[in-house]
Design a protein around this ligand. Structure first.
Ligand code: G4P
Length: 537
């Protein structure tokens, strides 16, 4: 392909890509909505996988279930489908809160997010946490308020809740007419269209045609929904016009405003409008920051960043899959790339390119796409693969764990094997390994306690290493940065609580909040970090 032809194609591929994740508190309807979106996209064969994944999710103590889930997760953790000329990449975020670190990192690989809120419950804790992460990068967010077929909270109350607890303006795109048993449908504000709800629409019933009205004064509105509901709607929209925010594309893209849609995922109501608006308004891949400069997706040389590692996809081969987001140029099978952390060239000939439909182009991936690269530990979270110019993408965080355990090896002859297993499994990033500067202990830290069960079970199943974990007197760990002379002095004076993480970075443990506060006061020249970039060791 000539340069001009390539750049024209690159621009077209970038413009038609939408890479996003759905965020929600468990049970708000993420799985249901995902399935409906996939059905619209024609990626029906994926739908079963989503259900299966969901089925195994709650079986927190049943390792076999988690294992089964992992078996299908290479195909279902990135779901790509074509719809209306767009190439959509939907990245799955693990639902269980104990997997939240992984979720956080997936969010660094998307250009926007879709937030699902249960109309009965409003904003819940997990949504709040996920929003905090989205806010770090000003990720644009579209909102779907789900379960309108149930008696939920009033839409105004939900708006207040979102605006108050998530700190983002709500711009109504549709507005419900009644709810629960009295739910008739929604008024599509920009299109002035009445869209009627019918329970179980996806089960074959013929949906009632949408009706265009000339505005809220149109008597047709009364004829269609009844005088009382029509008046209610007029009253609501008047209030919205006075006190609400009109949709502002710029503010949405800046992450300051969320366009809000109402519907019922399980009844497939409001989903198509959501998808259409999403494709029209959501951002295509945007420039990304590296250590040295911003890189545009339209630059010809290929570059991308690893945001997730999954170990032992196939237990027989001890392989690991690195999930890389393409940030610029085009990736083609067999591409020779430079591995920024080691400075070595890599020939990537066995990458999995996640394409649900378009087999013709299955050998290439464009900005916004995700590729899976099997490897034996060469690739780590945060690694950049690029062309000749050495680049290092920023923004893939490790979060300070909140729970800690000491590892007890049950069979001392397996020490080496345990070391290897811990090293490999912690590279996935869901759990972190710390070692005291003095002493030979292994300390595990996780954002969620379920991870301790998972690692114990995986060490047994995948490495034949039996461990137990026991509580340890640590309430918090912080990474430390500062001048090396100061850090050295700190290390000498606090040797018993100094740690290094698995990348060799200095950290300090604290038995309680008070000690942490005291240390922060005592060492003003040192930064105590709760998150750190994935680094080059
Ligand atoms: P999640 O992935 O966010 O955890 O939620 P999921 O889609 O699994 O939905 C959680 C529950 O809410 C499911 O019921 C689902 O059927 C239901 N649900 C989803 N959308 C709607 C909706 O629009 N209206 C109503 N009334 N319910 C909805 P479940 O009983 O937990 O599972 P299932 O037996 O239906 O599979």
């Amino acid at each position: 392909m000539s340069d001009i032809a390539f750049l024209t194609r690159l621009r077209r591929e970038v413009e038609r890509r939408r890479t996003f994740a759905i965020i929600s508190h468990p049970d708000a309807g993420k799985t249901t909505l995902t399935e409906k979106l996939l059905l619209f996209g024609g990626a029906i064969r994926m739908a079963g996988a989503v259900k299966a994944k969901k089925a195994s999710r709650h079986a927190t103590s049943d390792w076999m279930a988690i294992e089964k889930e992992r078996g299908i997760s290479v195909t279902s953790s990135v779901m790509q489908f074509d719809y209306d000329g767009f190439a959509v990449n939907l990245l799955d975020t693990p639902g269980h809160q104990d997997f939240s670190e992984d979720t956080y990192r997936v969010l660094t690989a998307v250009d926007s997010a879709l937030m699902v809120i249960d109309s009965v419950k409003g904003v819940e804790t997990q949504t709040r946490k996920l929003m905090d992460v989205c806010r770090l990068r000003d990720t644009p967010i579209m909102t779907f308020i789900n379960k309108l077929d149930r008696d939920g909270r009033s839409p105004f109350e939900l708006f207040d809740d979102i605006e108050g607890s998530l700190g983002i303006e709500c711009a109504a795109m549709t507005w419900p007419i009644g709810m629960g048993k009295l739910f008739q449908g929604v008024y599509d504000i920009p299109q002035k269209m009445l869209r009627f709800f019918q329970a179980g629409e996806d089960k074959g019933a013929r949906p009632r045609e949408s009706v265009l009205v000339r505005g809220l004064d149109d008597p047709e509105l009364d004829r269609q929904v009844g005088a009382q509901a029509a008046d209610g709607l007029r009253h609501d929209i008047e209030l919205l016009e006075g006190a609400g925010y009109p949709f502002d594309h710029g503010r949405y893209l800046a992450g300051k405003q969320t366009p809000v849609f109402f519907g019922s995922a399980v009844n497939n109501f409001g989903v198509r409008e959501l998808l259409d608006a999403f494709l029209r308004h959501a951002p295509a891949p945007r420039p990304r920051q590296t250590e040295t400069r911003e890189v545009s997706p339209l630059e010809e040389p290929f570059s991308g960043v690893v945001f997730k590692i999954q170990a032992n996809m196939d237990p027989a081969h001890r392989d690991r899959m690195a999930f890389l987001r393409v940030n610029s140029g085009c990736f083609t099978r067999g591409t020779r790339v430079s591995h920024q952390r080691t400075g070595k060239d890599m020939l990537v000939h066995n990458a999995t390119i996640f394409m649900a439909q378009d087999r013709a182009h299955a050998d290439e991936a464009w900005p916004g796409d995700i590729i899976g690269i099997p490897n034996h530990g060469t690739l780590r979270i945060g690694d950049t693969l690029c062309g000749r110019e050495p680049l290092r993408y920023l923004g893939i965080p490790h979060f300070a764990p909140e729970h800690f355990r000491r590892v007890i090896l049950k069979n001392p002859f397996k020490a080496k094997q345990m070391e290897k297993g811990l090293q490999q499994l912690t590279e996935e990033g869901a759990i972190q390994l710390f070692k005291p500067v003095t002493g030979r202990e292994h300390i595990l830290g996780a954002v969620g306690v379920l991870q301790f069960d998972v690692i114990t079970e995986r060490l047994r199943a995948e490495y034949d290493v039996h461990i137990a974990v026991e509580p340890i007197n640590i309430a918090a760990v912080r990474w430390l940065t500062g001048e090396s002379a100061v850090l050295d002095r700190m290390r000498r004076e606090n040797a018993s609580v100094m740690l290094t993480d698995s990348d060799g970075l200095p950290a300090m443990s604290f038995a309680n909040e008070w000690r942490l506060e005291k240390a922060v006061e005592e060492w003003p020249q040192v930064a105590f970090l709760t998150a750190r970039e994935c680094v080059s060791a």
